[in-house]
Ligand binder design. Sequence first.
Ligand code: GLA
Ligand code: CA
Length: 769
Amino acid sequence: MLKKYLFLVLTSLLINHSFAQTAKHTFAVGKNEFLLDGKPFQIISGEMHYARVPRPYWRDRFKKAKAMGLNAICTYMFWNAHEPVEGQYNFSETLDVAEFCKEAAEEGLWVIIRPGPYTCAEWDLGGLPAWLLKKKNVVMRSSDPNYMPQTLTYLRKAVEQIKGSLITNGGNVLMVQVENEYGVYAGDKVYLNGIKNTLLDAGVDVPLFHCDWAGKNYFDKAHIDGVMPSINFGGDAQKNFSIFEKYAPDAPRFNSEFWTGWFDYWGGKHEVHTVKEKLDDFKWMIDNGVSVNLYMFHGGTSNGFFAGANGGNNYYTPYTTSYDYDALLNENGEPTDKYFAFRKVILDKFPDLDLPELPVPIKKIEIPEIQLKAYASLEDNLPEAKLFDTPQNMEALDQTSGLILYAHEFSGVLKGTLLIKRVMDRATIYLDGKKIGTLDRRLNQSALPFTAGKGKHRLEILVEHQARVNFGNAIDQERKGITEGVYINGKELKSWQHYTLPLTNIDQFKASAIKEGYPHLYTAAFDVSEVGDTYIDTRNLDKGLLWVNGRLIGRYWFIGPQQTLYVPGCWLNQGKNEIKVLEMGTPKKLSLTGIKHQIWSTEVDSSLMHSRAGQRIQLVNKQKVKSGLLENKEGWQEVKLSALVSGRYICLESTAAYEDSPFTSIAELRITDAKGADIPREDYTIVYADSEEFGEENGLASLLMDNQPTTFWHTQYSKEKPGQPHQVVIDLGKSSSVSGFRYLPRIKNSAGRVKGYNLYVSKTPFMIK
Ligand code: GLA
Ligand code: CA
């Protein structure tokens, strides 16, 4: 028996280089290769964030990683989950990173840790704590004294947790990442060196690495001595590494994130990325000894208020609670086709691998119809108010998430336009107890008509934190609530009562009657005879939050694409259970059921589109500043005007596409200023696109400014196929000197690649009829 055990340990060590707790190992970065115990080692890792997977299920997911042929797990540590209040740390339950490493070790897996401080990851504020935003001029991800000291304090705490798990201390942690895709963001080396030195000083003596997109420009901004570079991408592995090798000729080839799918935003179409789309690149890497981390192997769920967003000043796409990601394991941890296809690639390369069987599937259950009972109105459960002259944002009041209600009392007639500058993120407005409208940041709304007659009035504005942007330069400005005042006919309203509603006390709500138009808390009790995983079907509801047995599962919203909330069996009780729902809209029916799978709606929120049937742009009499041909190749292309032109509205018209395609697709588009630098995409608004595919594909025109090379604007193809020319119009936010544009064609697929173009620049909006 013992002999057999030893044999197994040995073979697995030799063939799969998996972690065995019996011996002490070494790990190093050699020339063009990783060295495990002095021998070349190919990392085949899967990303899974402990904060997104219920702790009792970590082991099940690890076993599935192992059964697929992975030898490592990579995770982020989310600072804002670990330090929700400055100086108060939480490393327990689902946040117990040391236990996560230990269980991975017991399952024979190495671990790679990415402690942040910034993570991106479609997580609220990219993992940065919202309390940093209390400082008015804080510059995140920099050496700013309002940011950096807190960062380093957190990192020391983080290292205390993982130190014992480092391979140098007999554990299974191979490497630790410094920051995240920093070259895509900025170039502050004082900050990066501060992180590095703090990690070293706190006792991290395993190799450090940084991940970025392939490109010397990114590398130059993010690289510091002693930190190994790596690259992230979602396709074109070979091309990406040929770029990488030029500036990092000695580094091992490590694809630190291979995007296996993509994330979903509210109102969008569920992201599906087929095996066919992903397999060749994965196979090329495995066959060529390239190390890879599958982002995501298992996405899981962004429970609570933790889902993030993309956005800027004039556009905003908050992400769903589900982080299914179309990954190898689905949201409830079941292997998908992609899992088996990728497994085969590994097995074909390493035929001697003796992979374990998949664990016994976790039980799934259905829950028959549960009736929701009206319990309490939010209006009757307000905390004590705090009075300020002008509206304060949530962070200023030490609030991270949830809702905030502002109330202003006045008397006499007031008529005109009510303007809330920068609604963060969704406001419901009430006058004298009656709902008069909502303003949604997603839809760029900020004003509505307002009429108050004679007498005394109470204006209330209830603002919801929908998600903080986690990507790009907007993060410094992601304060929630009312951030820049409320105006009627241009005059600012002063004197506001503030009611903070972080919703952490939902169990203490006092029963009261329904108040029409206000959020209402509903409750339901239900029995479960045998616990199992379930998806609570919220299709009868409108928009709100859902708790099960006191735990905030997350947000639901009828606009989809997700229509159910995953509730793991390990959070249910055998016997009695309780659901609470804070409904902010109008439910169709007061009942829920539990079903066995996620439902992705096929409808999309058409109000997110920039194209309307029959709408056409008027380009006669407009200044055509350049016409020409774009090249038939991958990668960025830059077009320079012969002279600067000033204007605020830019129309790029594609007049022809390669292969005579009727379609136009563009992955990214930037307008450049007098110095040739990008005018910040955070200030753009897409005001028009003549056509957008938003059925078969997420082809919204806003995807050409989301800074994600893998997403793109695509004109319609599934129902209608309008032909060339196609136009997109960008409002730059203010009049600017334009020197040209930069364009990134869709990656890996040449359909709709622009050939001929016209560029128009205008001081006034284009006429669109
Ligand atoms: C980048 C980030 C990740 C994640 C992915 C997209 O690669 O590093 O945190 O946001 O994009 O899912
Ligand atoms: Ca894009």
